[in-house]
Design a protein around this ligand. Structure first.
Ligand SMILES: Nc1ncnc2c1ncn2[C@@H]1O[C@H](COP(=O)(O)OP(=O)(O)OP(=O)(O)O)[C@@H](O)[C@H]1O
Length: 266
């Protein structure tokens, strides 16, 4: 499997207003083409900072992010991001279809192709019937599905998701998790999914990267050896799921207490 995303020695310190916050000290990991990788860590560990650096929305203080062989210095064309705040990421004055079409317009696609791709993406998330509605006429879960449709219509090679379901109710969240797994299977896209929810990370991921507390490093890269076919009831009640969630939970507890991996060579 080829490496699509290579994060090497990434560091980020925020400066300004007379103070410095070292958010990320030294993050190194690789993601292969077509993988679904989750990132968890204690609150304030730097998960959003990491995703913004990977997306080219924030300049790193050190290290490199390489997407498909090219160093990321600004938002790269092959990446799409779904944020937690769907309310702020959709334009209320545009219809659902126009919201989904927007990045395709920036990509330079003609009207017919834009409409076809937007409608296919809305079909994939089950929202074709709402194409002519405005975002504010939809529920929170539906708005987040619009944001997902917009991201997949763009046909990114890597889809970044930053706690995308944190603001929706539990039932909707379960449905959206299954939607992400289904789209990932169908489209073969690489997904990097940040969440603070341990169960969600184990349910969704093929691997879970557990981050230390700030300044952040990778505490452990946990392979999730659950069967590829997952369902909310069966998978979550399996013995292996319980073992994996306990392991990740333990790691987060250690991270909160300040445990850090030994530096290499010590
Ligand atoms: N613009 C900024 N200026 C200064 N410090 C910042 C800025 N953005 C984030 N930080 C700090 O960097 C650290 C990491 O923040 P970040 O939002 O990346 O963490 P997180 O893991 O996503 O947190 P949470 O799980 O609570 O969402 C925090 O200490 C935060 O206060």
């Amino acid at each position: 499997m080829s490496v699509i995303l290579d994060v090497d020695g990434l560091a980020k310190t925020y400066t300004g207003h007379g103070r410095e916050v070292e958010a990320i000290r030294d993050l190194t990991f690789r993601i292969h083409k077509g993988e679904l990788v989750c990132i968890v860590g204690p609150s304030g560990a730097g998960k959003t900072t990491l995703l913004r650096c990977v997306a080219g929305l924030l300049g790193a203080s050190g290290g490199t992010v390489v997407l498909d062989g090219s160093t990321v210095t600004q938002p790269p064309p092959g990446m799409a991001v779904v944020f937690q705040e769907y309310g702020r990421s959709l334009f209320p004055w545009l219809t659902v279809r126009k919201n989904v079409e927007l990045p395709l317009r920036e990509k330079g696609l003609g009207r017919a192709e834009r409409t076809a791709k937007a409608d296919a993406a809305l079909d994939a998330v089950g929202l074709r019937d709402s194409a002519d509605a405005h975002p504010w006429q939809l529920s929170g879960g539906m708005q987040q599905r619009v944001a997902i449709a917009r991201a997949i219509a763009y046909e990114p090679s890597v889809l970044l998701m930053d706690e995308p379901f944190a603001a929706v109710d539990a039932q909707t969240r379960a449905d959206l998790e299954d939607l992400v797994r289904r789209l990932w299977h169908q489209l073969g896209v690489t997904v990097l999914f940040v969440t603070h929810d341990i169960d969600e990370s184990v349910y969704l991921g093929q691997r879970v990267l557990v981050l230390s507390n700030r300044p952040t490093v990778v505490l452990e890269d946990v392979p999730i050896d659950l069967p590829d076919e997952r369902d909310q009831l069966g998978t979550r009640s399996s013995a292996r799921f319980a073992e994996l969630r306990s392991h990740v939970y333990e790691l987060i507890q250690q991270a909160k207490k300040g445990h850090r991996p030994e530096p290499a060579g010590v």
